[in-house]
Ligand binder design. Structure first.
Ligand code: NAP
Length: 338
């Protein structure tokens, strides 16, 4: 048995509106012992993701709600520090949906081995993991971008949005990002090659601002945020536009649904497609997606940025920061050195 403490973060209560620190509780316990067939994983990086807000509520959804008094569960990259499972060697790196804890026990079924030579291991929580695949599947399979088309992406400077915009550029599209800050917009245009970026926090007339940078209208809208931003984009879609509903973060903390324009008429008269999806819908294409994404990274065609905070005790604040817009690129928590 390993000496030392294992801290865990539990859901203490279900939030009403925006969550805060009181909805979480940290516990201290011994590092667990493993049985035959199991491995002990030391957490190195922990991912904070907007979908976790949905699991804090008890409303029925695609992901089962977290239980009050039980650990938060999320994407973790860790190192195998003890093993009684021949598939996993001590010192190997793994990724999986695990408890928010400094150490986890796994029977090996819900984790995957990582190749640290492909890219830094933390990338398996974003560009070479769930958010990267989300961007790839949503854009390629639903957005179907064609050369010369205009693609607008909201939540553009985050984990998913940054990858969506860059893939759209690789496909020869004009790409416009919508994000909440001048620094975020400068990052999109100056470093990632977006054709234009709009700071929705300082733009009075969003529809006009989007129309100005989309002189040929909008062929693909990749929606990460919903709400008023999407209302503005929807009014500018072209004939046979594709609207990819990936996320609705502007709505996650609302206690009552917001009323907006009825979009059915717009979809009808533009013969447009609007489709929601969950990344796991496309699980049979995971290998294809990861192969493409890692190839683009190795060829230097796809960039990523990590916003890393240090320390397990910073995890809750990092998660809350997603709703304040603290991050540029993927928000991660570094829990321990490799
Ligand atoms: N369908 C799927 O399978 C799937 C998978 C992964 C993620 N998603 C969804 O994709 C979206 C992006 O996820 P991510 O992991 O890449 O997160 P992220 O974009 O890295 O982080 C969240 C960002 O959302 C923006 N935001 C927060 N509150 C907002 C508001 N009220 N209005 C507009 N923007 C707001 C903030 O940026 P600003 O500064 O720009 O406001 C913040 O930085 C989320 O909606 C998430 O739920 C869906």
């Amino acid at each position: 048995m390993m000496d030392g403490m294992n801290r865990k973060i539990l859901l203490a209560s279900r939030p009403k509106g925006m969550p805060d620190e009181s909805n979480f509780e940290m516990t201290h316990g011994p590092i667990p012992e493993i049985k035959e067939g199991e491995v002990l994983i030391k957490t190195l990086y922990l991912s904070v993701d907007p979908y976790m807000r949905g699991r804090m509520s008890d409303a029925k959804s695609y992901a089962e709600p977290y239980k009050v008094g039980e650990p938060f569960v999320g994407g973790i990259v860790g190192k195998v520090v003890e093993s009684r499972n021949e598939k996993y060697k001590v010192g190997g790196y793994v990724e999986g949906r695990l408890d928010w804890a400094e150490y986890n026990v796994s029977d090996g079924r819900m984790i995957r081995r990582l190749n640290p030579e492909l890219a830094p291991i933390s990338t398996n929580l974003h560009v070479l993991g769930m958010p990267g695949l989300t961007a790839y599947f949503g854009l390629i399979y639903i957005g179907e971008p064609k050369e010369g088309e205009t693609v607008v992406v909201s939540g553009a400077s985050g984990a998913v949005g940054t990858i969506v915009g860059q893939i759209a550029k690789l496909k020869g599209c004009r790409v416009v990002g919508i994000a909440g800050g001048e620094d975020k917009c400068a990052f999109l245009t100056d470093e990632l090659g977006f054709d234009a970026a709009i700071n929705y926090k300082t733009t009075d007339n969003l529809r006009k601002a989007i129309a100005e940078v989309c002189p040929n209208g909008v062929d693909v809208y990749f929606d990460n945020v919903g709400g008023a931003i999407s209302d503005a984009v929807m009014s500018l879609i072209n004939f046979q536009a594709r609207i990819v509903i990936c996320g609705q973060i502007s709505q996650y903390n609302l206690e009552k649904p917001e009323l907006g324009p009825r979009v059915a008429g717009q979809l009808l008269t533009k013969s447009a497609l609007m489709k929601g999806f969950i990344v796991t819908d496309y699980a049979k294409h995971n290998k294809e997606g990861l192969t493409e994404l890692s190839q683009w990274i190795q060829e230097g065609k796809l960039q990523y940025r990590e916003n890393i905070v240090e320390g397990f005790d910073q995890a809750v604040d990092a998660f809350l920061g997603l709703f304040r817009g603290d991050n540029i690129g993927k928000q991660l928590v570094k829990v321990a050195d490799e």
